[in-house]
Design a protein around this ligand. Structure first.
Ligand SMILES: [Zn+2]
Length: 254
């Protein structure tokens, strides 16, 4: 029996207030996020965890319309603005942490002229871990572009973040996310050697039941679109288009 491909949504920050336009790819607002969760529940979606996805692709039963939610970088406002909304609907989700930036800020955006945003502290993460809904994943130690490092340096980022997060939080770290979505065949091999079971990219697409590479999982990028946007059309329609209709880029050979 074939099933429709499964969307993995990619979020970053969930801000209380709107930010200047140049930040739109970094966030959604808390209000926007709540609307999106409501929209998904009303359309019959049910969130699953990455572990459930792995089991499901191996043949375990899944809900009729599974979806996954992932949050890159581990922003503090995920705890304040997304976590409560997801607790209400009992939806699991994943946060990818940058192991040597916990309690700091995403300072890696500063050279490009952006203001950095606070990241989760160790205490915040422990608070999140108290909920069985939360999966922690690794997003390297310092958020480099892995394909631009030597193979040794890339491997070191992968094993260092895994070891640091496992040591600190006493949880196995089997899920990884490529910073900036940068990877190549060699990086994927290092991710495998480092012992990760899944890795998510920023390539647009949905996860197919058959033939999907667990170390190159595509995602659906969700970012701020105002309710009435000239560029993107109405926010709610744009969201639905991204989740359900936008073509899988990976099969677009043009
Ligand atoms: Zn990132």
């Amino acid at each position: 029996m074939s099933r429709p491909p499964i969307p993995i949504l990619m979020y970053h920050a969930v801000e209380t207030n709107e930010r200047p336009d140049k930040y739109k790819h970094f966030y959604v607002t808390a209000k926007e996020f709540r609307r999106q969760v409501r929209e998904l529940t009303s359309r019959g979606y049910e969130a699953i965890s990455l572990d459930q996805l792995v089991a499901g692709l191996a043949g375990a039963p899944l809900p009729p319309k599974p979806i996954l939610l992932t949050f890159d970088d581990g922003y503090q406002n995920v705890l304040t603005n997304a976590h409560p909304a997801l607790l209400e609907v009992n939806w699991p989700y994943t946060i990818y942490l940058v192991s040597e930036r916990i309690g700091g800020r995403n300072e890696w955006v500063e050279p490009e002229g952006y203001e950095a945003t606070p990241l989760l502290t160790e205490n915040d993460i422990r608070e999140l871990m108290a909920s069985p809904l939360v999966t922690l994943g690794a997003h390297t130690a310092t958020h480099p572009k892995l394909d631009q490092l030597s193979p040794e340096a890339a491997y070191d980022e992968l094993v260092r973040s895994k070891a640091q997060l496992e040591e600190r939080f006493q949880r196995p770290m089997t899920h990884f996310c490529y910073p900036y979505g940068h990877f190549n065949d060699a990086v994927v091999e290092r991710v495998r050697e480092a012992g990760y079971q899944t890795a998510t990219t920023t390539q647009h697409g949905r996860v197919n039941a058959i033939g999907e590479d667990l170390l190159r999982l595509p995602r659906v990028s969700i970012y701020h679109v105002p309710p009435f946007s000239l560029t993107y059309g109405p926010g709610a329609l744009n969201f639905r288009w991204r989740v359900e209709s936008r073509k899988d880029k990976r099969f677009d050979k043009s």
